[in-house]
Write a new protein. Sequence first.
Length: 202
Amino acid sequence: MIKPMAFPNTNTNYIVKGTNSFGCYNTQNIAIKVFALPNITISANDTSICFNDSVRLDANGASTYQWFGSNLSNNTGSFVYAKPNTSGLYSVKGKSINGCYKSASIYVNVNNLPALTMSMSNDTLCSGDSSLLSVLCPDSNVNYLWSNGFSNASIWVKPITNQIFKVYGTNANNCIDSIDFPITVYTTPELNVLTPDTTICK
């Protein structure tokens, strides 16, 4: 039995002719209908995000979809949410109503948060004392904003009660992280010295 292969690009009629050993023959028409592949596209609300952020991915051009990639909210549907830990590709495989498949991909870039560390001259104070708070970051282009409104890398504080000072750091990719500075304040003792007489003889 002969099994020829055909790869038509458009709807095509094929005619097969069979002849036996006596020279008798017959023909048969075979109509092949060719469906177009779905035109799959992917869009994202943002293709460059910060670490710990999510991105919405939308697919169009097919009837059903299957998604591939890390940390997806689900694997099917016309849209998904992704929360990647590192930069990489997300792909979707779309199926048309005629059963034809096609895939598309999109690259999502993940930017690091500023690596903030803290330094403080003292985290326990007596009432009336001060402490120097400093935020450190290996990134050179980082803007700071403290919970008390200051924007320097280091500030002096003089809290009157226990307090947590927070500083936010924003890097060049507009990614934000924060760090807390907890300070405990102890009240100074109140002295009440009693003497029988404040005037004495020499």
